[in-house]
Design a protein around this ligand. Structure first.
Ligand code: RB5
Length: 148
């Protein structure tokens, strides 16, 4: 699976742990920065890089990291076709795959530590979408942008 990953300075603390877990699962990783937590950057600039790749089909899924996960989550769910899941523990990550077919995982490095983040990534990578009744609901989500 090809996964792009992007973060701001607030999310940088989780990046290495997340990349390590992706490597353990044999993922092809595209790291879109940032490369240090020392400089303050604007998270939408980094979200945009990963979300553009996802939208164009240049990666299968993406992972976004910031301080709380909130800013990156707002960015992700502005883009049609992106189903961003802000996860703080493994159960939510699992359900986001089973019911929501999440294709973008978001976590906050000021909220959770590396151990939980690694568990979340593991569950998110290994859980398949259930389909069925959930498929129509996802179609209704896509319809929202043209209806409202
Ligand atoms: C950066 O200070 C912080 O605002 C950002 O990482 C994120 O938490 C925004 O939602």
């Amino acid at each position: 699976m090809k996964i792009s990953i992007a973060c701001d300075h607030g999310g940088f603390a989780l990046k290495d742990a997340v990349k390590q877990t992706l490597k353990e699962h044999g993922c092809d990783i595209v790291d879109l920065g940032v490369d240090s937590e020392k400089t303050s950057v604007d998270y939408p600039d980094f979200a945009a890089k990963a979300l553009a790749m996802l939208k164009k089909g240049e990666c299968d899924r993406c992972i976004l990291l910031c301080g709380t996960g909130i800013g990156m989550s707002i960015c992700a769910n502005r883009v049609s076709g992106v189903r961003g899941a802000l996860c703080t523990e493994p159960f939510v990550a699992k359900m986001s795959r089973l019911h929501n077919d999440s294709n973008c995982l978001i976590m906050g490095a000021r909220v959770i530590g590396a151990g939980i983040a690694r568990e979340i990534v593991h569950i998110w990578l290994t859980t398949e979408f259930e389909g069925g009744r959930h498929k129509g609901r996802l179609e209704k989500i896509e319809d929202l942008s043209s209806k409202i």
